[in-house]
Design a protein around this ligand. Structure first.
Ligand code: NDP
Length: 345
């Protein structure tokens, strides 16, 4: 049995974003008609262009302000599945509310609209983040879906604007996801749809969303370019984190729609741990070298540096069961994309 079978209609919010355009592509390829929301009509033109072969199977719908109550009332009508990706992801926030308000209110406004006007909706898939699961640690620590990032919530509560933009982003995702589960809990038994939350770490890979130039890259892929361009210090290069390819995240969003067992679950996605140095090592292993002046970093510098955030992905592997892209392919495809956009090293 498939939870939301093709050709059910899917609403994708923030459809012009880095992750969302890949989700739209995978949905269309799988046979789902898509209604994508954007903040302004001109942000939908690129989508119509790159997916022109799908004709009216892709509909663009303008939702100017996702934080307004009822913002999605019209958008959810006639759809069977909602994939909510729209949420600010950047490290330039001066004030926690810049991120928290659109993340939390945007999520609640989608859920309210589904509850009140989405009579055909069977499932809502929320693009969460592993930042809602992890916390700051100083030794290898195992995380599962039972973990919540209370650390960043306290950090931002205590320090406010002084907390730094990364904890502010972490709080925005944590509070938005909590609000979604509380919403479901409040109406338990009365809703004809369920919730799935996907919690991916850093998402890398070639973008297909509209980019004027490489200065316009989304926050995560901008970090890949900065690494490849030699912009990370030796200290930054030995930092360990977790990652996944954007195409795998998109595939997971399709599978989350299809697998009945995914209903009601948080699912951590993670290809694995990495050091930023690994991106340079992968780039330098490409033959022939794709760029003339690739920085080498120091491949030996990560020896003895522990990976601290250990994510258990048993549940997502069991329920979604897809094959992760290897880092060397993600790096290779990312560099090919940078070059196609004019990057010469
Ligand atoms: P992008 O910045 O590329 O896309 C973000 C999307 O959200 C855009 O459509 C953007 O619209 C919309 N958006 C941002 N702020 C607002 C707002 N205030 N009101 C309405 N819409 C808004 O980011 P990603 O594609 O990387 O992120 C997509 C989702 O994936 C987010 O929920 C993010 O938290 C999550 N995620 C991303 C990771 C990553 O490494 N990239 C890692 C884990 C989770 P507009 O273009 O109009 O600004």
């Amino acid at each position: 049995m498939v939870a939301v079978p093709t050709p059910s209609k899917v609403l994708v919010t923030g459809a012009n974003g880095f992750v969302a355009v890949w989700i739209v592509r995978k949905l269309l390829e799988a046979g789902y008609p898509v209604r994508g929301t954007v903040r302004a009509a001109n942000k939908g033109a690129h989508l119509k262009k790159i997916f022109s072969e799908y004709g009216d199977k892709l509909e663009i719908f303008v939702v100017e302000d996702i934080t307004k109550t009822g913002a999605f009332d019209e958008a959810v009508k006639g759809v069977d599945l909602v994939e909510h990706t729209a949420s600010p992801f950047h490290f330039a926030a001066q004030n926690p509310d810049e991120l928290i308000v659109p993340a939390v209110k945007g999520t609640l406004s989608v859920l309210e609209s589904v509850k009140n006007h989405g009579s055909s909706v069977k499932r809502v898939v929320l693009t969460g983040s592993s930042v809602s699961v992890l916390r700051a640690v100083d030794k290898p620590t195992v995380f599962t879906e039972a973990d919540w990032n209370e650390w960043s919530v306290n950090e931002v509560k205590t320090k406010g604007e002084g907390a730094g933009s990364y904890p502010m982003y972490q709080v925005s995702k944590t509070l938005a996801e909590k609000a979604a589960w509380e919403f479901i809990e409040k109406d338990k038994g009365a809703l004809s749809w369920d919730l799935v939350v996907l919690n991916p770490p850093w998402i890398f890979g070639p973008p297909i969303h509209e980019l004027k130039n490489l200065d316009d890259l989304n926050s995560s892929q901008a970090e890949v370019l900065r690494t490849i361009a030699g912009g990370k210090s030796p200290e930054e290069l030995v930092v360990s984190s977790n990652w996944i390819d954007v195409r795998d995240v998109a595939t997971a969003h399709v599978l989350a729609a299809q697998k009945p067992e995914a209903g009601g679950e948080r699912l951590i996605l993670n290809e694995g741990n990495f050091y930023w140095q690994d991106l340079l090592d992968a780039a330098n292993a490409i033959s022939p070298p794709p760029l003339p002046n690739l920085p080498k970093g120091d491949p030996s510098a990560t020896a003895g540096v522990m990976h601290e955030l250990i994510f258990i992905t048993e549940k997502s592997t069991r329920i979604l069961g897809f094959k992760y892209t290897h880092l060397r392919d993600t790096v290779k495809d990312s560099i090919a994309d940078f070059i196609a956009r004019g990057y010469r090293g």
